[in-house]
Design a protein around this ligand. Structure first.
Ligand code: ZN
Length: 187
């Protein structure tokens, strides 16, 4: 973990290059404070964490990361268990922060209400995962190793190989892939 160069305590999540190519790394708190001073308004965190049920009734716990960047404010609800759901919203710097938080909770609820996969059992008792309605939305996350990124579907991580098995029942079909920013409003 890279430690924040301001407080020397928290994990640095924002890395910037300033004049004369100096690299600075800051934690969320120090960076938000610096941006508040620079912009003359406060960006107090409205909510630190929340818990919501998914479509199967399982409770998912999220913590919120708030980033105030020169291009705007970005909020991300990150599932605490790791390699799970991540839901993000973004807006301009003059955004109404409480409404942006509400938007994040609403978007997370909507994301959790959809399930793309279902667990089935072969006659021999072996279970498998299948795509429910020939549609799925995945989030690309780092696997932290050389085996390529992970695809997180329904809050669960899958490797490309596992994903390949899942789509093998669709042989002869076509697949359409569309990449979009996680803060996009269409969801
Ligand atoms: Zn710090």
């Amino acid at each position: 973990m890279t430690v924040c160069s301001v407080c020397n305590e928290n994990e640095a999540k924002i890395h910037m290059t300033i004049e004369d190519d100096t690299q600075i790394s800051m934690c969320e708190t120090c960076h938000n404070l610096e941006m508040s001073l620079k912009l003359g308004r406060t960006f107090d965190k409205e909510i630190e964490a929340f818990t919501l049920p998914d479509a199967a009734g399982k409770y998912r716990h999220f913590y919120i990361e708030q980033l105030v960047l020169p291009i705007g404010v970005r909020l991300e609800a990150i599932e605490s268990k790791g390699e799970g759901y991540r839901v993000a919203v973004g807006d301009e710097l003059d955004t109404d922060l409480p409404s942006l938080y509400q938007k994040l909770v609403k978007k997370t609820k909507q994301t959790l209400s959809k399930q793309f996969l279902e667990k089935k059992t072969f006659p021999n008792g072996q279970s498998y995962v299948r795509i429910k309605d020939s549609e799925l939305v995945a989030q690309i996350q780092s696997s932290g190793n050389s085996h390529g990124p992970l695809l997180v579907i329904d809050g669960k991580p899958f490797t490309w190989e596992e994903e390949g098995k899942m789509i093998s029942s669709f042989e002869g079909f076509e697949i359409e892939m569309k990449m979009k920013e996680s803060t996009d409003d269409e969801f």
